[in-house]
Design a binder for this molecule. Structure first.
Ligand code: NAP
Length: 312
């Protein structure tokens, strides 16, 4: 059996097309496009790529998108001042600070920065107020990756209610909000992490398995119940030719691409899982494009809500 591929890129495109009319309506009514301000501190290469992709997607969707850069030597005060500036800006409806912050800003800085973002502009859904609303099943702005995964499951006609779900990973940005969103959709959810015993055994009970770990090809065949839906959140850069050969196989198109580029991005799920799963998200082209589509969706939602509040 070979799993059905859940085409996240196509679904993301569909969502972006649906946003187009609302963006046009907002711009006509207000005389300006919805606006997103992105704060990037330092020069982390991964963050540079993520931010570039977000800016490109926002531009294509006819949003205003501004990148505010600070050097790696920036202090916590510098970052907070920039966040306050964007909070007060009339043309920015969404504000996000790209993580990770440089280690120099100190422990606990990331939380302080997220808490400084106006909750009404918190398009990454990481402010404690928005997290609290999510916990209470009154979601306002929720993190893009897990919100996109719910869209992916719904639009792929994969039932959630009543199913057993296992989420591997408990980060604030993926694992925890994923578990909450699925629980609110009446799934029975188990959260696993690095201290979980008998991980493969627990994972193999899942009708829907979400892997958000950050270890290339960690989830093997033994973790997956035959016919289960597997959502691979991982985005791991592989540069070792031996690992690439093991994952892609000699002579495959992906191996050829790896040989040309010297690297590849792979998920947390081993390719062998496609032989046992019922449905699976590819990497790339699965969860990643949905994360960006949901960022745009959140920014437009924030813009529309702010407009209603400002009109009184
Ligand atoms: P993270 O903050 O590092 O969290 C990883 C989680 O995995 C932690 O809860 C950790 O457990 C757990 N874990 C690590 N090793 C494990 C093991 N051996 N067994 C079981 N659990 C283990 O990572 P994240 O931000 O959630 O991201 C996870 C992955 O998703 C990364 O590859 C990231 O690049 C990718 N990602 C992709 C997108 C996208 O748009 N495609 C968006 C966000 C993240 P502990 O809590 O016990 O340490």
């Amino acid at each position: 059996m070979s799993a059905r591929i859940l085409d996240g890129a196509a679904i993301a495109q569909q969502i972006r097309t649906e946003l187009r009319d609302r963006v046009g309506h907002f711009a006509r009514e207000t005389g300006r496009p919805p606006g997103l301000g992105i704060v990037l501190v330092g020069d982390n290469p991964g963050s540079e790529i993520y931010v570039r992709n977000k800016l490109r997607a926002a531009g294509e969707a006819e949003f205003r998108a501004d990148l505010e850069r600070l050097p790696a030597t920036a202090t916590l005060e510098d970052i907070l001042a920039l966040v306050q500036h964007l909070n007060a800006s009339p043309v920015h409806d969404g504000v996000l600070v790209q993580a990770p912050l440089p280690p120099g800003v100190g422990a606990g800085a990331t939380q302080m920065v997220f808490e400084a973002i106006d909750p009404a502009k918190d398009v990454d859904g990481l402010h404690p107020l928005n997290v609290g609303f999510l916990v209470q099943n009154r979601p306002r702005l929720t993190p893009g990756t897990p919100t996109g995964i719910i869209e992916l499951l719904d639009r792929s006609a994969i039932a959630i209610s009543g199913t057993r779900v296992v989420v591997i990973g408990r980060s604030d940005i993926v694992g925890k909000p994923m578990a909450l969103l699925l629980m609110h959709r009446n799934a029975t959810v188990t959260i696993c992490h690095s201290k979980t015993r008998n991980l493969a055994e627990i994972a193999a009970e899942a009708d829907i398995l979400v892997a958000a770990i950050g270890h290339a090809a960690f989830v093997r065949r033994a973790f997956v119940k035959p016919g289960a839906t597997v959502v691979d959140v991982g985005a791991n850069r592989v540069t070792d030719p031996k690992t690439a050969l093991d994952l892609f196989g000699a002579g495959s198109p992906r191996m050829a691409a790896f040989e040309r580029r010297g690297s590849a991005v792979v998920g947390d799920v081993h390719p062998e899982v496609a032989e046992v799963a019922g449905a699976i998200t590819p990497v790339p082209g699965g969860v990643g494009p949905l994360t960006i589509a949901m960022l745009l969706s959140n920014t437009l939602r924030a813009a529309e809500l702010r407009r209603i509040i400002l009109r009184g």
